[in-house]
Ligand binder design. Structure first.
Ligand code: EPU
Length: 450
C-alpha cells in the first residue's frame, strides 16, 4: 500500500517570502480549521512504535510536519501522503539518530526519543537547544526516561540513550512541572515498556488526549485521559490504526482574534469551542460575540472596540501561551489598559518591538506586558520572530491603516496552512509575495520596502 519516502511532499515556498496586507477590511465569511500541528507531531512519532501502518487523517500541510516526515523516513518509516491522509509504516528501525540538522529546524523532533528507546532500546538525538521563545530544556524527558530504565548521557550536544536489556520497564514518574511534549515522550515510551507506568502531574492539553485515543486504538490500555494522573499498561506490540487528528485550537484562536480586530463576522468550521475555554471567556467578557453552532462550528462577531483584559498564560485549560501574541495584537487597539502575564516561556515577548513599530503602546517588565490600547495601528515593514509572533503581526496588519509587510514568513509556514487564502476568502486584502516580486497587496506595482 505504501510507496517509498521519496514521495514526501515538500510544498514550501521561498524562504524570503513576505506577506503584504492592506488593513481595515472587516473579515466576513467561513474559515475551515485544520487538524492540529501539535497533535499531529506526536501522533506521527507514534508511527515508530508499530510495525503495522498507522494512517492519520486531517493532517495539515505544514513545514513542521514535513520536517517530521523527513526525520521519520531517515529513521526507517515509509511515509505516504494523499491529501490530508498520511500513512506511516515502520517495519523496522534503520537509524537511531535524530541529527542536529533536523532537530535545529524543529524542537518537536525530540518526540522520537521515547519511541526509539521503546522500540529498539537505543537513541541518539540532538539536544534541541534554546529557541526564540526561551531556553526550553528537556530535563523532564531525560529524567522520566531514566525512571523507565534508560541510561542517558549527554555527549557532544547529543542525548545518547540506551536501555540495558533492550526493554524499558514501567515505573512511576512525577513531572516537576507541566510539560506537553515531555508527557507525550513518556506516554509513547511507556506504551512498549514492560508493565505499568504511572505518570503524575501530567499536562492535560487536549493534544495529549488525542495521542492517548490513538494509542488505545492501537491496543494500549490507558487510564486517566484528561487528568493529571495517567496509567499506561505497556504492551508487546502495537497494532496499526486509523486516526483523525483533532482540530487546531491555536489556529482557531488566531482567526478568532483576526475576526475581532477587524470588527468582522465569521464562522469557523471543524472546531469545538470547548477547546478554547479561557480564551473564549476572556474575549466574551471584553465584548466579543463567540458562540458555538451545530456541527463543530463557531460563530464570531464584534462591533466596536474590544475592551481591555488582564490575563495570564497557563497550561490547559488556562490561556494557551501559543495565543498570547495574537491576543496582544488585539489588545493593542482595545479601549483601555490591559495586562498580559506570560508564565510558560521566559522570552515570549519578541513581537512587542514589532507591534510597537506599528504604533502599539506596550511596556514590558519581566514576564508582564502592559498594553495601552491606541486608536489605530499603522502599517509598516515588520519581521516575524517565531511562529505565533508572526501571526500577531498579520492580525495587527489586518486592522492597521495602510500597508503592512511581514517578512520571514517561513515562521508562519511552520504552523498555518494557506493563511493568506483563508483570510482573503473572507475579504482581507492580503498577498504572499515571492522574493524579487514587487507588488502591493491590492495588485499595483510598487517597490517593496525592507
Ligand atoms: N520545561 C522544562 N523542562 C522540560 C520540559 C519543559 O523546564 O524538560 C519547561 C519549558 O522550558 C517551559 C515549560 O516547561 O517553560 C513548558 O514547556 P513544554 O514542555 O510544555 O513545551 P513543549 O512541549 O516544548 C509544547 C508546544 C508549544 C507550546 C508549549 C506550551 C508542541 C510541539 N509544542 O511545547 O507549541 O507553546 O507546549 O503549551 O506541542 C507552538 O506551537 O508555537 C509552540 C511553541
Amino acid at each position: 500500500m505504501l510507496a517509498s519516502s521519496c514521495q514526501l511532499f515538500i510544498p514550501f515556498k521561498n524562504h524570503m517570502d513576505k506577506m503584504l496586507i492592506v488593513g481595515g477590511v472587516p473579515l466576513r465569511g467561513t474559515i475551515p480549521i485544520n487538524g492540529a500541528k501539535n497533535a499531529a507531531l506526536p501522533l506521527m512519532a507514534l508511527g515508530l512504535l508499530s510495525d503495522q501502518p498507522l494512517v492519520l487523517d486531517n493532517v495539515p500541510t505544514l513545514a513542521d510536519l514535513t520536517t517530521m516526515e523527513l526525520l521519520l523516513s531517515e529513521i526507517g518509516s515509509v511515509i505516504k501522503r494523499v491529501g490530508k491522509k498520511v500513512a506511516i509504516y515502520t517495519p523496522s528501525i534503520k537509524s537511531f539518530e535524530a541529527p542536529y540538522d533536523i532537530v535545529r529546524k524543529m524542537r518537536a523532533s525530540i518526540l522520537v526519543l521515547g519511541p526509539l528507546l521503546a522500540r529498539c532500546g537505543r537513541a541518539h538525538v540532538s539536544l534541541p537547544g534554546g529557541c526564540a521563545i526561551g531556553a526550553r530544556p528537556v530535563n523532564f524527558h531525560i529524567d522520566g526516561l531514566r525512571a523507565l530504565g534508560a541510561t542517558i548521557e549527554i555527549e557532544n550536544g547529543y542525548i545518547c540513550a540506551n536501555v540495558p536489556g533492550g526493554k524499558l520497564t514501567g515505573a512511576e514518574y512525577t513531572f516537576p512541572n507541566i510539560s506537553v511534549t515531555g508527557a507525550e515522550n513518556m506516554i509513547l515510551a511507556a506504551s512498549l515498556a514492560r508493565g505499568e507506568t504511572c505518570l503524575k502531574n501530567v499536562a492535560i492539553e487536549p493534544e495529549i488526549g488525542d495521542l492517548l485515543d490513538c494509542l488505545q486504538a492501537m491496543g494500549v490500555q490507558v487510564e486517566g485521559k484528561g487528568t493529571p494522573t495517567v496509567r499506561i499498561q505497556g504492551t508487546e506490540s502495537l497494532s496499526g490504526a486509523f486516526h483523525k487528528v483533532m482540530p487546531d485550537r491555536i489556529e482557531a484562536g488566531t482567526y478568532i482574534a483576526a475576526a475581532i480586530i477587524t470588527c468582522g463576522e465569521v464562522e469557523l468550521e471543524n472546531i469545538n469551542i470547548s477547546l478554547l475555554p479561557t480564551f473564549v471567556d476572556a474575549l466574551r467578557n471584553a465584548g466579543a460575540t463567540i458562540e458555538p453552532l451545530e456541527n463543530d462550528k463557531i460563530y464570531v462577531s464584534m462591533s466596536g472596540k474590544i475592551g481591555p483584559l488582564s490575563i495570564e498564560t497557563s497550561p490547559f485549560p488556562g490561556l494557551a501561551t501559543d495565543l498570547q501574541a495574537q491576543l496582544m495584537a488585539l489588545l493593542s487597539v482595545s479601549s483601555g489598559e490591559s495586562v498580559i502575564v506570560e508564565n510558560i516561556f521566559e522570552n515570549r515577548f519578541m513581537h512587542v518591538c514589532e507591534l510597537a513599530r506599528m504604533g502599539a503602546q506596550i511596556s514590558v517588565s519581566g514576564n508582564r506586558a502592559h498594553v495601552t490600547g491606541v486608536e489605530h495601528l499603522s502599517g509598516t515593514s515588520v519581521m516575524a520572530t517565531d511562529l505565533r509572533a508572526s501571526t500577531s503581526l498579520v492580525i495587527a496588519g489586518l486592522a492597521a491603516r495602510g500597508e503592512t509587510i511581514v517578512s520571514r514568513l517561513y515562521h508562519i509556514d511552520r504552523g498555518y496552512e494557506s493563511i493568506e487564502k483563508k483570510l482573503s476568502e473572507c475579504g482581507a486584502i492580503i498577498k504572499r509575495v515571492r522574493e524579487g516580486e514587487a507588488h502591493t497587496a491590492s495588485g499595483t506595482n510598487k517597490k517593496i520596502a525592507g
